[in-house]
Design a protein around this ligand. Structure first.
Ligand SMILES: NC(=O)c1ccc[n+]([C@@H]2O[C@H](COP(=O)([O-])OP(=O)(O)OC[C@H]3O[C@@H](n4cnc5c(N)ncnc54)[C@H](O)[C@@H]3O)[C@@H](O)[C@H]2O)c1
Ligand SMILES: [Zn+2]
Length: 393
C-alpha cells in the first residue's frame, strides 16, 4: 500500500525550495502487474495518453485511435528503421506514409538534420493536418519533435520511443530540440505529442549498455519521490536486466507516472520540474568534461545522483546508509559509481555554466531521504567542494 503524507520533520533552515509528492515505504512491495497499461499526461487541451506494453506496434486498432491524419511522416534512423519501420508503415496503411531516416547518433541532433526533415515535408506538400511520427530513441524523438513544432508553426506529433531512456523520459513532457555547437539542447521548443506508444518488445534489440543507462533514469524517479518504487527496483533489478517484460512494463509505467505528475504541475520548468534534474548538474559536468564521447548520459547521471546523495549525507540531510543503498543498486544495475580521474576544479567550473543556475548560484537537487528530493541553492559551498573533491581525483 502506498500512503501519501507530508514530511513530519522540517528541512534544514532555509533549505527547502521545492518538493515532489512523497510516497513512504511501509514494507509492502506491490506484485508485478500485467504487461499492458496506459496513463494520461494531464495538460488540459494538450493532455495525451501513454500506452505501455508488448506487441503495441502491431496493434492496428490502437494506431487507428491515435492517428487521425491521412498524411504521416515517419522519422527514424539507420539503426531503428530496419528493425521496426516496416511494421509501423504496415499498421498505418492505407495512410500515405513518407519516410525520413536520419543518420544515427547524438552528433546528428542538429539544425541541419531538422532542415532535412522539413525539406521532406515541404517537397511532399504536407499540410497542417499531417502528423510526424518519431520512431527511435531520444535523439530521433527530440529532432523529429522539433521539426513537428516548427513546420507551419506546429503539426501533430506521435512518439514511438524504442530505448528505455526514451520510454521513461524523453518521449514524455514535450521538450523537443537539437544541439548547437555552443551547447547541448540549446535550440528547442515545448511541443507535446498526441500520444506516446512504448512497446516493450522493442527493448529486446537494445544494446545492454543502453538498457543500463535507461535504468539510471528509472532509479532517479524512485529517488526523487517514490520509496516504494525504489524498494521494488532493489527487488527486481535482475528481472529488469533480464528484460522481463512484466518488470519492464511496471518500471516504465511507474516512471512515466512520476514524470507525468511533475510535468502536469510544471509544464515549462519554472518550479517542480527541476526535480527531474536529480544527478544531472553533476552528470552534465561529467559529460561536458569528457566531450560527450566517453559516457552515456545515463551513466553520468548515475554518478551524478550518487554525488548528490553523498553531498546530502555530508550535510546530514540524508542518512549515510541510504547513500549505500543507492550505490549498491547502481552497482547491481551495472552502472558506474565513480567518475574516474576527472578533476574537481574542471567539474566545478563546468557546473557553474550548467543552465540550472539561478541568480548566480548553482541550484542542486538534493536528497532528504530515498523518495524525497528538494531543489535548492541553499547549501554550504564547502559541502559541494568536499563532494567534488572526494569523488574526483
Ligand atoms: N526531450 C527530453 O525531455 C529529453 C529527456 C532526456 C533525454 N533527452 C535526449 O535524448 C537523447 C538520448 O536518448 P537515447 O538515450 O534514447 O539515445 P539515442 O536516441 O541515441 O539511442 C541510443 C542508441 O540506441 C539505438 N536504438 C534505439 N532504439 C533501439 C532499439 N530498440 N534496438 C536497437 N537499437 C536501438 C539508437 O539508434 C542509438 O544508437 C539525448 O539527445 C538527450 O538530450 C531528451
Ligand atoms: Zn537525463
Amino acid at each position: 500500500m502506498r500512503s501519501k503524507r507530508p514530511l513530519t520533520s522540517p528541512l534544514p533552515p532555509r533549505a527547502q525550495t521545492l518538493y515532489c509528492g512523497h510516497y513512504f515505504f511501509d514494507g509492502n512491495v506491490p506484485p508485478l502487474p500485467t504487461t499492458s497499461a496506459s496513463l494520461t499526461v494531464q495538460l488540459a487541451a494538450r493532455s495525451y495518453p501513454i500506452f505501455i506494453g508488448r506487441g503495441l506496434l502491431a496493434d492496428k486498432s490502437l494506431f487507428d485511435r491515435v492517428v487521425k491524419q491521412r498524411d504521416v511522416l515517419l522519422v527514424s534512423n539507420s539503426t531503428v528503421a530496419p528493425l521496426y519501420a516496416g511494421e509501423i508503415a504496415r499498421v498505418l496503411a492505407p495512410r500515405r506514409v513518407l519516410r525520413a531516416d536520419l543518420a544515427d547518433g547524438e552528433s546528428h541532433k542538429t539544425l541541419a538534420t531538422v532542415t532535412r526533415v522539413l525539406d521532406v515535408m515541404v517537397a511532399n506538400r504536407l499540410g497542417r493536418d499531417a502528423i510526424v511520427v518519431a520512431l527511435g530513441g531520444g535523439v530521433v524523438g527530440d529532432t523529429a519533435g522539433f521539426a513537428a513544432a516548427c513546420y507551419q508553426r506546429g503539426v501533430a506529433f506521435l512518439q514511438i520511443p524504442t530505448t528505455l531512456l526514451a520510454q521513461v523520459d524523453s518521449s514524455v513532457g514535450g521538450k523537443t530540440g537539437v544541439n548547437h555547437p555552443g551547447g547541448k539542447n540549446l535550440i528547442g521548443a515545448f511541443h507535446q505529442p498526441v500520444a506516446v506508444i512504448a512497446d516493450t518488445d522493442t527493448l529486446t534489440t537494445l544494446p545492454d549498455r543502453e538498457l543500463r543507462a535507461g535504468l539510471a533514469e528509472v532509479i532517479k524517479y524512485g529517488l526523487i519521490c517514490d520509496a516504494v518504487f525504489f524498494a521494488w527496483l532493489e527487488q527486481n533489478i535482475d528481472a529488469l536486466l533480464r528484460r522481463d517484460a512484466a518488470a519492464l512494463a511496471h518500471a516504465i509505467q511507474r516512471s512515466c507516472e512520476v514524470k507525468a505528475d511533475i510535468v502536469t504541475r510544471d509544464e515549462r520548468e519554472q518550479g517542480d520540474r527541476a526535480l527531474l534534474n536529480l544527478g544531472h548538474t553533476f552528470g552534465h559536468a561529467i559529460e561536458a568534461a569528457t566531450h560527450y564521447e566517453t559516457w552515456l548520459h545515463g551513466e553520468a547521471v548515475a554518478v551524478g545522483m550518487l554525488m548528490a546523495a553523498r553531498m546530502s549525507a555530508r550535510m546530514a540531510w540524508c542518512p549515510a546508509e541510504q547513500v549505500e543503498r543507492l550505490a549498491e543498486l547502481l552497482r547491481r544495475a551495472g552502472l558506474p559509481t565513480d567518475m574516474g580521474n576527472l578533476r574537481a576544479a574542471e567539474l566545478r567550473t563546468l557546473m557553474k555554466i550548467d543552465k540550472k543556475v539561478a541568480a548566480g548560484r548553482v541550484r542542486l537537487v538534493l536528497l532528504r531521504t530515498i523518495g524525497a528530493a528538494v531543489v535548492t541553492g541553499d547549501y554550504p559551498d564547502a559541502a559541494l567542494d568536499a563532494t567534488l573533491g572526494a569523488t574526483a581525483a
